[in-house]
Write a protein that binds this ligand. Structure first.
Ligand code: ARG
Length: 588
């Protein structure tokens, strides 16, 4: 499958070659002046520089070399030497029609099929997921879906924080509250209980309370650190208890990820890499990449390696012998490259961890543990409250993801009621619709921003049925479904696409850009491209629809073409929304 723009690029590349220049000058883009043309090619300007000629002369030569083709009906030269291109209505209708098969054919759109491991989500066991985890989950999942759609081989990993100090803090608190539990009895033999001594809800309060005590008192902190070290060394009681805490936490996290419709190929906690660490540490020592510094084992960087930037060395082993977050990530790179033959490793993690990834990637490059693989940190900004400060609950704590999701769904319900939507539908369906609207609102509001900018969490704004929001897009898609349903009830059928008015032409032209937008979103790993596109397309559809009374149209060819246009628009909208992880209800 080739987009209209790509087909034009092929034609212009050949024309440049025929006129004695390199084909790369033939890149065609969308028109900067839509009132006079559909596309434009600006290659004459750089070509003129290279060949020391006037850009207009080159543009004329290229146009002369175009020859005849069915796509282009008009070309003209604008300004210093831009070539304006108008395509035929037939080219537009045929490219639009092809979009009905976009989901089956999108795997032909890109040649970049590098084996990719994407690491996102990564909540921490025992600590509630917060709004930052909402961002990594939504953005990471959109990238995962995008790559799946484009046929890029991919493994997604939920890098659960299940091995850190918080585990020691929780175990410590339990050993004080419930010292009689068998986990804390060094003489215990045989199996440990097979159910957890605490519920998920209890965990939510145990961790913050214990963390607070440890932070206030060095001796308490030391105890938590010792327990963590003991857990790592394999203390059987701690390991058994740890397993149950992880399971309890995981069940809760799974519910939240399911509610978001976010899924992973692997849930692989930090603990997974623990046993692999000694070997890689040995390897780093014997290859002299790692050296001792103030009792710790580190990978230092030279000024040349950091490009003159002041950078702390990469820590592998602390002076007390403990492994760190960085040790695990380093080991995980090695493991992922070996196990999955990864050619690209992507980390969707808060931009506040940027320094860690700069160090990690430098250490990987320096030690050569991932030869030929590209490592990418996809950072994202902070979610703020309407007061402009990092988003908190009313009580001042960190908002839990589960609460956030329920709030969004409740808000969706409220707004739907206000708008008289889904009135009289069965209760179950109303619930399903409210869920879809709430999740669409959350996801779209997050993805529409350039991922590195901070944004304000404002459910009221996210949930509006007009403007650049998830609910507006769902509403548009559902409206098209309802038109198609009505038409089917009256026995009206779809017919060949043709152009009857400028509004339709504009909508179709926009639809034909969908394959290009998918590719741009992939090449930049920016889902926001898709968001802008979906929104503009929905607007173009609503404009077209306001001017065409489809159901009451008596000319069957016209009505049939319009219905086909509704169908293609729906296909594109639903396809693009599903890449963002947003699903469309049948009715609202
Ligand atoms: N658990 C970490 C956090 O909550 C995120 C993990 C990101 N992934 C990684 N490989 N470091 O901040």
């Amino acid at each position: 499958m080739k987009s209209l723009r790509t087909q034009l690029t092929d034609i212009f590349s050949h024309a440049f070659i025929a006129a004695g220049m390199e084909g790369r000058y033939g890149t065609v883009g969308i028109s900067q002046r839509p009132e006079i043309s559909d596309f434009q090619c600006n290659g004459a300007l750089p070509a003129a520089k290279a060949f020391k000629k006037k850009p207009r002369e080159i543009a004329e030569a290229v146009i002369a070399a175009l020859g005849s083709n069915a796509l282009i009906t008009k070309t003209s030269i604008d300004g210093p030497g831009f070539i304006n291109i108008t395509v035929s209505d037939a080219a537009i209708t045929s490219a639009s029609g092809e979009l009905n098969g976009i989901d089956q054919n999108a795997n032909t759109l890109t040649a970049d099929k590098r084996m990719t491991v994407i690491d996102f989500g990564g909540p921490n066991v025992a600590k509630p997921m917060h709004v930052g985890h909402l961002r990594t989950s939504i953005i990471g999942d959109a990238l995962q879906r995008l790559m799946h759609r484009l046929g890029v081989p991919l493994v997604s990993i939920n890098h659960l924080g299940d091995w850190g100090l918080q585990m020691g803090m929780v175990i410590k608190a339990l050993s004080e509250d419930k010292p009689d539990l068998p986990y804390f009895d060094p003489k215990h033999t045989g199996a440990y209980p097979d159910t957890s001594p605490v519920t998920a809800a209890e965990l939510d309060t145990i961790y913050p309370a214990s963390a607070q005590r440890c932070k206030a008192d060095d001796a308490e902190m030391k105890k938590a650190q010792d327990i963590t070290a003991d857990l790592h060394r394999g203390n059987p009681g701690y390991r058994a208890l740890w397993r149950q805490l992880v399971d309890v936490s995981r069940a809760e996290l799974t519910r939240e990820f399911d509610a978001l419709d976010v899924h992973f190929d692997h849930w692989r906690g930090e603990s997974y890499y623990h046993d692999k660490i000694p070997a890689i540490v040995e390897q780093m020592k014997s290859s002299h990449h790692a050296v001792m510094s103030e009792g710790a084992l580190v990978i230092p960087f030279t000024e040349e390696e950091t490009g003159g930037r002041e950078l702390p060395p990469f820590m592998l082993v602390k002076s007390d012998g403990a492994f760190l977050y960085s040790t695990t990530d380093f080991t995980a790179v090695d493991s992922r490259v070996k196990e999955f033959n990864a050619e690209r490793l992507i980390y969707v993690v808060d931009k506040r961890q940027s320094l860690h990834f700069v160090q990690l990637f430098l250490a990987v490059k320096k030690t050569g543990i991932a030869p030929g693989a590209e490592l990418l940190h996809i950072p994202f900004g902070t979610v703020n409250g309407t007061d402009g400060k990092p988003f908190k609950t009313r009580a001042g704590g960190v908002m839990k993801l589960g609460d956030l999701i329920s709030q969004a769904i409740d808000k969706a319900r409220e707004k739907m009621k206000e708008a008289g939507m889904a009135a009289g539908y069965p209760e179950d369906e109303q619930k399903t619709i409210a869920h879809a609207v709430g999740i669409a609102a959350l996801k779209f509001a997050d993805l529409v921003n350039h991922r590195e900018t901070d944004y304000i969490f404002d459910l009221d704004a996210f949930m509006r049925f007009e403007g650049k929001t998830g609910p507006y897009l769902l509403y548009t898609a559902v409206r098209i479904k309802s038109i198609l349903r009505k038409a089917a009830e009256r026995g009206f059928s779809e017919a060949a696409l043709s152009v009857f008015s400028p509004g339709e032409r504009e909508l179709m032209l926009r639809l034909t850009r969908y394959p290009d937008v998918l590719v741009s979103a992939y090449e930049t790993l920016l889902p926001s491209y898709l968001c802008e596109y979906i929104h503009e397309t929905a607007q173009a559809f609503n404009m077209f629809y306001a001017n065409c009374n489809i159901i009451n149209e008596t000319d069957a060819a016209k009505r049939g073409s319009w219905l086909s246009l509704c169908r293609v628009t729906l296909t594109v909208l639903e396809s693009a929304l599903s890449v963002l992880g947003i699903s469309t209800p049948e009715r609202m």
